[in-house]
Ligand binder design. Structure first.
Ligand code: SAH
Length: 360
């Protein structure tokens, strides 16, 4: 039994059934035993788009440079990444955007990261790039309330899926919060014995849902998105959110655990497997208040094709060996095809007022 499993059991026996959100927060973020606190999972447990190909980060960098022009090329702005993993996306984006005169000098870089292990990896990835292209040294912060003042250009790939979700399940007695309990020596899911507190809003369409229906909310995600939207409304800028999920809110259990590229049971070995839930892009888009616009979410495939991934691949293929050419074509396929990451992954842009973001 893992140390974290013991900690979770102890907490359950002291305070009763543990909401799924608390389980997920501990499994991913426990200060000593959390998955992200202790490991660098990229490349072993899962692979993300920027780790597949440099083209992904380069196109995101071009997107950011375009937003910067649209907000009037301010001489000072902050480029932010939420949950930057190994720092690969930011490194490729900085390299690509440095071609725009003035961009590197104007950019302050803030990396929002809670994992000490990954922060160190990001520092090592970015140091040579910032030095080479004349960017200021990046800063690391642990939460969006530490974001700098002034215009913000924010990017996040596979960040929101790692935030804790609450699950609710329809029982014979009505809606209950889905919890983790100990049953016959094992961790198991069970509905809370008490009704869902009055303050929790479930979609009206769920009123007549059949018994057994599960629905999810991600308060951590909407709280962060609302904060970003307010900051963008006040000081200008844009946020680009890329993740797997659905464009319209819908019921369903999407909580999943992954270890070494394979799905594993969610409650087995907390802290040793990646836990994620699909992102509800409608809920994120609805965070856009006065002064911001949520552009209708598109798919990753459409987004990358509109930004010119095919042309970028053609450039990279010039002078490439036949093996490299094949690899570049395969990367484009993985990032954009419907049966790979092209459709499952969605892209949402929330921007200040009149910005017309590329790729939508
Ligand atoms: N964006 C990267 C990595 C995605 S993995 C890529 O595309 O490759 C998720 C990232 O989010 C990791 O860097 C993890 O440490 C970070 N993370 C998870 N929860 C977080 C939180 N609450 N605040 C900040 N970062 C978090």
């Amino acid at each position: 039994m893992s140390d974290l499993s013991t900690i979770i059991r102890d907490e359950i026996s002291e305070t009763g059934p543990m909401p799924v959100a608390r389980f997920m927060a501990l499994a991913l973020g426990h200060p000593q035993h959390g998955y992200y606190t202790t490991s660098d999972p990229l490349g072993t447990d899962f692979t993300t788009s920027p780790e597949i190909s440099q083209m992904f980060g380069e196109l995101v960098g071009a997107w950011a440079a375009d937003v910067w022009h649209q907000i009037g090329s301010p001489v000072a702005f902050t480029l932010v990444e939420l949950g930057p993993g190994r720092g690969t996306l930011m490194a490729d984006a900085l390299r690509a955007a440095s071609g725009q005169p003035g961009f590197a000098k104007a950019a302050r870089i803030q990396m929002v990261e809670t994992s000490p292990v990954l922060s160190r990896v990001q520092q090592a990835t970015l140091a040579p790039i910032t030095e080479k292209f004349g960017y200021a040294e990046p800063e690391w912060i642990s939460s969006v309330d530490q974001l700098a003042d002034g215009p913000l250009i924010i990017i996040a790939n596979e960040f929101f899926d790692a935030l804790p979700i609450h699950q609710f399940i329809k029982t014979e007695k009505g809606w209950r919060e889905q919890c983790v309990v100990e049953s016959e020596g094992e961790l198991a899911f069970a509905p809370s014995p008490t009704p869902v507190p009055g303050g929790v809003m479930l979609a009206p369409s769920l009123k007549d849902a059949p018994v057994g229906t599960i629905t999810e909310t991600c308060q951590a995600g909407t709280a962060i998105m609302s904060e970003l939207c307010q900051r963008i409304a006040n000081t200008s800028g844009a946020a680009l959110i890329i993740d797997y999920g659905y464009t319209r809110s819908a019921a369903g259990d999407t909580l999943q655990a992954m270890r070494k590229g394979k799905f594993v049971p969610v409650l087995e070995n907390p802290g040793k497997a990646d836990l994620t839930a699909h992102v509800d892009f409608q809920a994120l888009a609805e965070c856009a208040g006065e002064g911001t616009t949520a552009h209708p979410a598109t798919t990753q495939g459409q987004f990358l094709i509109q930004l010119g991934i095919v042309q970028r691949a053609a450039m990279l293929k010039q002078g490439a060996t036949p093996d490299q050419t094949e690899a570049i074509d395969e990367d484009v396929r993985r990032l954009t095809d419907d049966d790979a990451m092209g459709t499952l992954f969605k892209v949402l842009a929330i921007t200040a007022g009149r910005i017309d973001p590329a790729g939508f």
